[in-house]
Design a protein around this ligand. Structure first.
Ligand code: SF4
Length: 280
């Protein structure tokens, strides 16, 4: 690795809620391309430890930068641009994992790679997961699923859990929320089902956008029919990311949207449970 990708002064462990920009802007385009091709280093927004909401047990979570979606409700828009993350070698990432491996095992947790969209840097993901598995650490991939084709069936067998963020079932609604088609996402979910790889499905409940009964019922039916969805997380929309949109000078269309009411939340949960799904 050359000096262009060193970033020694930036702390690795940081909150994903911190606004982080331009940490990798000194890395030239050729080096970025080579990082994506080799997976020898990745761009990471932050690592946190002790998460209990990003997979089973207590997790070490790395948020990678780069995302091809533009979700209206994204609370980490600073992760969209790959060079907002800091360049981290696989070796450095493995050192961090090693530091926590005993605790992760004792607390029946593991490593979760999230984002942004981690599959933008799928080779880095695969290298880090391989190292984690060699240490006997559970691996979870938190993904929007759009780039699922980048992983072979063998790669998927090596990933213990996929946490799939399904933004919408209706293609038009999905395009309205993310700017992208949901065909590849649904295809990825079906492929995981065929391979019998477990999914935790994540659905963000946004009043006036994703809380329509029909839409939730269709997602619930789809998830139940897959047969490999171990649980569903209904995530209530919140405004924690609003300051990032404002600081980045971006047009935040949901600035006046309230979190869902308790009743709305319970109704959504009930629709998933009606289909026999476990919901948290
Ligand atoms: S997929 Fe995730 S990181 Fe990407 S825009 Fe949507 S919410 Fe944000």
């Amino acid at each position: 690795m050359n000096n262009e990708v060193s970033n020694a002064d930036v702390p690795l462990v940081a909150s994903p809620h911190e606004l982080r920009v331009s940490l990798g802007e000194h890395v030239n385009e050729g080096a970025i391309r080579s990082a994506l091709e080799s997976g020898d280093y990745g761009f990471v927004h932050s690592f946190i430890t002790g998460s209990t909401v990003d997979g089973p047990g207590v997790r070490l979570v790395a948020w990678l930068t780069g995302c091809q979606f533009r979700c209206l409700y994204c609370h980490n828009p600073d992760t969209w641009k790959i060079t907002n993350g800091m360049p981290v070698t696989v070796l450095r990432a493995v050192e961090v994992i090693q530091q926590y491996r005993h605790a992760l095992r004792v607390m029946k947790g593991g490593l979760t790679l999230s984002g942004g969209e981690p599959m933008v840097q799928h080779r880095f993901v695969l290298k880090v997961f391989a190292a984690a598995r060699d240490m006997g650490i559970h691996t979870a991939l938190d993904t929007n699923g759009f780039l699922g084709d980048r992983l072979s069936d063998r790669d998927l067998q090596a990933c213990d859990l996929v946490m799939l963020g399904l933004k919408a079932f209706d293609p038009d609604l999905h395009r309205r929320i993310t700017g992208m088609d949901n065909g590849p996402v649904l295809a990825f979910a079906r492929r995981l089902a065929a391979l019998r790889r477990p999914i935790w499905l994540r659905y963000v409940l946004v009043p006036g956008l994703t809380d329509h009964a029909d839409e939730i019922t269709r997602i619930a039916r789809f998830a139940a029919d897959l047969g490999n969805v171990e649980r569903v997380d209904v995530l209530a929309f919140h405004q924690l990311g609003r300051f990032k949109w404002e600081k980045l000078g971006m047009d935040y269309k949901l600035r006046d949207t309230e979190p869902p009411s308790r009743t709305r939340n319970e109704e959504a949960i009930a629709r998933f449970r009606e289909r026999g799904l476990k919901v948290f």
